[in-house]
Design a protein around this ligand. Structure first.
Ligand SMILES: NC(=O)c1ccc[n+]([C@@H]2O[C@H](COP(=O)([O-])OP(=O)(O)OC[C@H]3O[C@@H](n4cnc5c(N)ncnc54)[C@H](O)[C@@H]3O)[C@@H](O)[C@H]2O)c1
Length: 350
């Protein structure tokens, strides 16, 4: 069945792929985002059109919904980590209040649309793998331990209470094989170096996330929260992800050694874990890209540049080590929240 699908945050990492997949599936796709100069220059698929709106403005949201009359909203717009810790007030306006504005507009539509919300495994809070050996399930208790997870729980609650046909997709760690698709800046490198090296993270190819959102637009999954992450080859430890990706692009062993998490602490761990994706995979059949296949694609995409990168690797190693969160730090174990607080902002104010 052909739907009119409004995709928010359509020019982000997940949005760009989701728009492509929805268009391929034959839907009429209306993409919306802030309308930056780069976004306005982007070429869209033939059956997609763009409408610009700041979703924190209820008037703009009302106009958007009235003009587009979507039958499905895929709500991806957000301020994500680690950027959000620097701008928590804006983060809340986008992650929570814009969701409320969209829900209100959708409720008032003559034919209220299905509402598909992008959430995160951050809703479960910090995860010590020594104390939580089992994988997270959709019905595991929500226990956010920092601002981003709190935002996502609030957004989920708004959607659940809306009376709309809702679907919630809680994403694991989304990875793209495309060079440059994921921001690599000073904050991102510092943030990654602060996370416990042995923390569990369940990665997933962004193309598979896009497939999940595309199928969730029409599948028989209304009223469900589904866990979206890759097949079992994506059950990784934090330190392995960056190391393997950098090596695939020609930069072996460039990342700082980092520190493991404290086995006796419930708090000093990051908000990722391994997810039980069985129900999501049964309903949406989205897992198509294994972790080894992704790394092979990254190696192939880097091509001859890998040899150049190999030559700059020693410099990159020195550069990154100088900026590492635990450079010259005394402790045995990672203190991710202390490190984040010292450089980016308070991740869990009282
Ligand atoms: N990337 C991940 O690993 C990950 C993991 C878990 C959950 N998620 C969730 O998936 C969704 C998509 O994530 P992403 O990685 O594509 O994020 P992204 O940062 O790449 O894209 C977010 C988009 O939202 C837009 N946006 C921000 N403020 C806006 C506003 N006021 N009005 C309109 N548009 C606005 C941005 O311009 C951007 O294009 C988000 O809801 C995110 O919280 C992502």
């Amino acid at each position: 069945m052909t739907e009119t699908v409004l995709v928010t945050g359509a020019f982000g990492l997940v949005g760009a792929q989701t728009v492509r997949r929805l268009a391929e599936a034959g839907h009429r796709v209306v993409v919306t985002d802030l309308g930056t100069p780069a976004q306005r220059k982007t070429v869209l698929p033939a059956n997609a059109e763009a409408r610009w709106a700041d979703l924190t403005d209820q008037g703009e949201v009302d106009r958007l919904i009235a003009e587009v009359t979507p039958t499905v909203i895929v709500h991806l717009a957000a301020v994500i980590l680690p950027a959000m810790y620097r701008i928590p007030a804006i983060g809340r306006r986008v992650n929570v209040e814009a969701t409320a504005a969209l829900v209100r507009a959708a409720q008032s539509a003559p034919r209220p649309p299905r509402f598909v919300l992008a959430s995160s495994n951050a809703v479960y809070g910090a995860r010590n793998p020594h104390r939580n050996p089992e994988r997270l399930r959709a019905d595991s208790p929500l226990a956010p331990s920092e601002l981003y997870g709190e935002h996502k729980v609030e957004a989920e609650n708004l959607v659940r209470a809306s009376g709309l046909d809702w679907v919630i997709l809680r994403l694991g760690g989304v990875i793209s094989v495309e060079p440059g698709a994921m921001p690599i800046n000073g904050d991102a490198m510092f943030f990654e170096s602060a996370l416990p090296t042995d923390g569990r993270i369940h990665t997933v190819d962004v193309r598979d996330v896009a497939t999940a959102f595309t199928k969730a637009a029409t599948a028989d999954v209304v009223g469900e929260a589904l866990l979206i992450a890759g097949d079992d080859s994506h059950l990784l430890r934090q330190k392995d992800v960056g190391l393997a990706m950098a090596a695939a692009r020609g930069l072996p062993n460039v990342l700082p050694a980092g520190l493991p998490g404290d086995p006796d602490s419930d708090e000093n761990w990051f908000v990722t874990d391994w997810l039980d994706t069985s129900r999501a995979q049964e309903a949406l059949s989205f897992q198509q890209h294994s972790w080894p296949d992704m790394l092979a694609e990254m190696r192939a995409a880097a091509g001859w540049r890998r040899h150049v990168m190999f030559l700059v690797a020693p410099l990159a190693r020195v550069f990154l080590n100088r900026r590492a969160a635990y450079r010259n730090a005394p402790g045995r174990y990672a203190d991710p929240w202390g490190a984040i607080r010292s450089r980016l902002g308070d991740p869990r104010p009282d």
